[in-house]
Design a protein around this ligand. Structure first.
Ligand SMILES: [Fe+2]
Length: 210
């Protein structure tokens, strides 16, 4: 059976994140960039199946980087769309939407502000393309800020929330002002989703079906 990963629909309208993230960025990011990861993932899986059939070990190995890049791109973007909610919607209010996660953040960082400052510093420290993540580790829900390079997915811990720091995520609107993008993103973070992933310890990538 041919691999059939598909582009998940956005859980809001393309202009729902304005004025923080423009409709133009969201349309290109979702319909073009994410769709390309999905297409290339399906192509890589088809090529891998054929290489496995013919037992072509060199070919099997050569496909793994494409699988990692495009499979990671599909996972990361599927998580990212759900990490955001319409500007000024109830889900973006942390006290209301993420009481358990907020308590854990305050316990570890001292305050939400100290956490967001630390997270923004990590985002701005990413060299080249990559992602910043708040992850939860182990049964006690220990929180950490992590980065992944290019489209590497989070592995071995729960991605509570992630921020795409590729230029395609902000450049059309923020140009080189990466700091402004990193500061503004909090206004469209979906804290309900972050709370759900933190409390239930789920990767919530069921729609990816890898
Ligand atoms: Fe992206």
């Amino acid at each position: 059976m041919a691999p059939n990963h598909t582009l998940p629909p956005l859980p809001y309208d393309y202009d729902a994140l304005e004025p923080i993230i423009s409709r133009e960025i969201m349309e290109l990011h979702h319909k073009k960039h994410h769709q390309t990861y999905v297409n290339n993932l399906n192509a890589a899986l088809t090529a891998e199946a054929s290489a496995l059939d013919s037992n072509d070990l060199t070919q099997i190995i050569s496909i793994q980087q494409k699988l990692k890049f495009n499979g990671g791109g599909h996972i990361n973007h599927s998580l990212f769309w759900k990490n955001m909610a319409p500007y000024d919607s109830p889900a973006t209010k942390v006290e209301r939407s993420a009481p358990t996660l907020l308590a854990a953040i305050e316990k570890q960082w001292g305050s939400l502000k100290k956490f967001t400052d630390a997270f923004e510093a990590v985002l701005l420290g990413i060299q080249g393309s990559g992602w910043g993540w708040l992850v939860s580790k182990g049964k006690k829900g220990f929180l950490e800020i992590e980065t992944t390079k290019d489209q590497d997915p989070v592995m071995g811990s729960i991605p509570v929330l992630g921020v795409d720091m590729w230029e395609h995520a902000y450049y059309l609107q923020y140009q080189n002002n990466k700091a402004s993008y990193a500061q503004n993103i909090w206004k469209v973070i979906n804290w309900e989703e972050a709370e759900h992933r933190y409390v239930h310890g789920v990767q919530d990538i069921a729609s990816v079906k890898l």
